[in-house]
Design a protein around this ligand. Sequence first.
Ligand SMILES: *[C@@H]1O[C@H](CO)[C@@H](O)[C@H](O)[C@H]1NC(C)=O
Ligand SMILES: *[C@@H]1O[C@H](CO)[C@@H](O)[C@H](O)[C@H]1NC(C)=O
Length: 291
Amino acid sequence: MDCKAFLCLAVFIICCAALKQNPDGKSGWTGKLLVVPMDGSHWTGVKAVAEEMGRKGHLVIVLMPEVSMRLGPGKHYITKMFPVSYSRDFFDQVMANYSDLVTTSPGSLLESVVSKVDQVKKLFKVFASTGESLFKNQELIDFIREQNFDAVLTDPVLPIGAILAYNLSLPAVYMLRGMPCGLDACPNPPSYIPRFLTRYSDRMTFGQRVVNTLVSILEVPLCKLMFWPFEEMTSSFIQRDVSVMEILSSGALWLMRYDYTLEFPKPLMPNMVLIGGINCEVRNPLTKVSV
Ligand SMILES: *[C@@H]1O[C@H](CO)[C@@H](O)[C@H](O)[C@H]1NC(C)=O
Ligand SMILES: *[C@@H]1O[C@H](CO)[C@@H](O)[C@H](O)[C@H]1NC(C)=O
């Protein structure tokens, strides 16, 4: 699906969901949308939807850390920046190390998994500290509370927006490419669904299934390790023990930015909608060049 079609579909679904919850169009709806984006390529699709919702007359406020890769202002939404505890240099270095690792793949599967998880862990720690900076910013949190948003649009792969929506008791609309560690709560049997980095297909030999099962067992502690900074941050913000899984499962709507031409088929929950379109920007047609 091209990006324009995907964008229309996403905006349509969000509007429909709002109408469904409020068929008479009255009773306290403010038409305001809070967007808590994720940095990097994840931002492109979310930005397009934020722009389009703003263009349609909604008040859209996008929260952004002062230091980021790609996040930035737009024509139809309002940007709210918040300070973070790390410097631009440090952030750039973490990103550079991470992209080095993604582009160069070390030898065996185990090495690949272990070193990638180590880098992802570092990255998660940085992003968790972003969340902490946001949640400790009482002035900003109070401002958000006062706005009476109708919904929160966020990419839940880093659950900052999801945590915020949970705390504010607002419906969360997730827009995502995928969720690691089975955090989307969909059935994920290792005998049929190949694990990330194994490069298997959904038709595995017996040996491959065994390896796939071992990888899925290994995933459990690795995922704990990765999401641990978020668990800690969540509990300190919400002031009781609550898991990332519990937060995510309270989401109202999951807009899954893929379809089954790219992904292996798997069961989905009823509030999940496949909208296609990977992390892509709305493109302009190429200009004709005469030769
Ligand atoms: C990036 O990688 C270099 C070399 O491995 C290392 O010395 C440095 O501490 C890393 N920086 C960060 C912020 O992880
Ligand atoms: C939201 O967070 C505040 C503290 O930051 C806490 O007192 C409150 O109980 C939380 N509410 C929910 C619904 O999690």
